[in-house]
Design a protein around this ligand. Structure first.
Ligand code: FAD
Length: 422
């Protein structure tokens, strides 16, 4: 049996492993730095205490069950030795016949060290829980302080990056300001305060990868929700609780949410010429890394430019990762049976973003159709619910949403952190 080692159990890695396991010719090992898979599109709801954390994650060992075909190994990839077919993990060594890198991306701070140290990223499950605790702690601090300047600083949030994640977080924060503070924090609501939300982006539009109609609708909705949208402006620094923007404006805040960009990871042992733009590994139409004999890359971490419709690579989204995982599984099975592999062809299913309650934008690919408002919001909920990893997570998320919608509230605002809470 060929030993396939897959690094990363996200959308790409899981789809590869599951499809490959249907064939008897492989022994599969999934390696991940976490012992659980999670669903990034709903992280923002966990980070704003609208969704139970356990609704969007699931342990790998339970996911693979007692299957003898897929083994799980916890560990972080440290080094690859392509000549020896060996990898070094933080937890030991592994040999492989075929290695697949499906390691996704990490937060890109564009070299701004003080932002990296002081901002709150929104990429991992830990990031979401950290942000949730931070926001709740700040609300409690705002309820105690007698200093109006400090209160405003605690309640003001700057979100960097007006892509889907930045929009979603800003929308949820506006909801918290409108509903939670007035209902649950009388000390704050009855006093003088300015809980401002700023959404900042260096480009001149929100949702830069979507069409003009979606962009206009989103911008109008955000402004109506009380969010101050600053476009064509970059965050330059975040020091001493002050966000400094490229137009010179200084915003005093205890929270800068960083949703401004991602880049792939570089690993020791990989020749520099294997990397393309954004540290993405350059692959051919079969997802094999150019220059490697038996190493593949799938999902966000790779760049495939041979698809004529996507000369700059596919969008770093769930669908290309899912489809590349499934296609690579088919090809590895074909190759093992002396078949001819099939080049990857991306089937675009469109894109969408949620802005707030009853507000979303959806751009469908087939049939080509744009929607916004209530119907788009409903489609967004349906698609995301359907995409969760298993029935348990679908039911939990559905129950959470129904609860929130019927009671118009959520009761998940727990500060859970070791040690003193404030
Ligand atoms: C907040 C947020 C919201 C998003 N919303 C959407 C959305 O609504 N729709 C959409 O299509 N896309 C969305 N995306 C993008 C989407 O999540 C990614 O495109 C998708 O997850 C890529 O899949 P992947 O398998 O390549 O990587 P990932 O899903 O990121 O999986 C990578 C895996 O590799 C593991 N890993 C990384 N490095 C190492 C290492 N060195 N050693 C061991 N393991 C490692 C990680 O733990 C992770 O499990 C969102 C992303 C974020 C962060």
């Amino acid at each position: 049996m060929k030993r396939v080692v897959i690094i990363g159990g996200g959308f790409a890695g899981i789809n590869l492993a599951k499809n490959l396991a249907a064939n008897d010719g492989f022994s599969i090992i999934v390696v991940d730095r976490n012992n659980y898979n999670f669903f990034p599109p709903l992280l923002y709801q966990v980070s704003t205490a609208f969704l139970e954390a356990s609704s969007i994650c699931y342990p790998y060992r339970k996911l693979f069950g007692p299957s003898p075909k897929i083994a799980f190994r916890i560990g972080e990839l440290v080094k690859i030795s392509p000549g020896e077919n060996k990898i070094l993990l933080s937890t030991g060594e592994l040999d492989y016949d075929i290695l697949v890198l499906a390691t996704g991306t990490q937060t890109n701070y564009f070299g701004i060290e003080n932002v990296k140290i002081n901002a709150m990223p929104m990429k991992t499950f830990e990031d979401a829980l950290n942000l949730r605790n931070h926001l709740l702690q700040n609300l409690e601090k705002a309820a105690i302080t007698g200093d109006p300047g400090e209160r405003n600083r605690l309640l003001t949030v700057v979100v960097a990056g007006a892509g889907p994640t930045g929009i979603e977080i800003s929308g949820m924060l506006a909801e918290i300001n409108r509903k939670v503070i007035t209902r649950e924090y009388p000390e704050v609501a009855n006093g003088q305060f300015e809980a401002k939300i700023y959404l900042v982006d260096g480009v001149s539009t929100v949702l830069a990868t979507m069409g003009e109609a979606s962009q206009k609708y989103t911008l109008k909705s955000l402004i109506r929700m009380g969010i101050e949208v600053k476009l064509g402006v970059q965050v330059k620094e975040y020091l001493d609780k002050k966000v400094i923007l490229s137009d010179g404006e200084v915003i005093e805040t205890e929270t800068l949410v960083w949703a401004a960009g991602v880049s792939a990871s570089a690993f020791i042992g990989i020749p520099i010429e294997w990397y393309g733009k954004g540290k993405r590994l350059i692959v051919d139409e079969f997802n094999k890394i150019k220059g490697a004999a038996n190493i593949y890359a799938i999902g966000d971490t790779c760049i495939l430019t041979s698809d004529k419709l996507y000369p700059n690579g596919h969008p770093q989204m769930a669908q290309p990762a899912i489809q590349q995982g499934a296609n690579l599984a088919k090809n590895l099975i074909l190759l093992a049976n002396n078949g001819v592999p099939k080049p990857f062809k991306y089937a675009d299913k469109g894109s969408m973003a949620i802005i707030g309650k009853y507000k979303a934008v959806v751009e469908m690919a087939k049939p080509r159709m744009n929607m916004n408002g209530f119907f788009a919001w409903f489609i967004w909920l349906f698609v995301h619910l359907r995409s969760l990893i298993n029935v348990r997570n679908k039911l939990k998320t559905f129950a959470n949403w129904v609860g929130t919608l019927t009671t118009r509230d959520q009761s998940l605002r727990f500060i859970i952190r070791p040690g003193r809470k404030l």
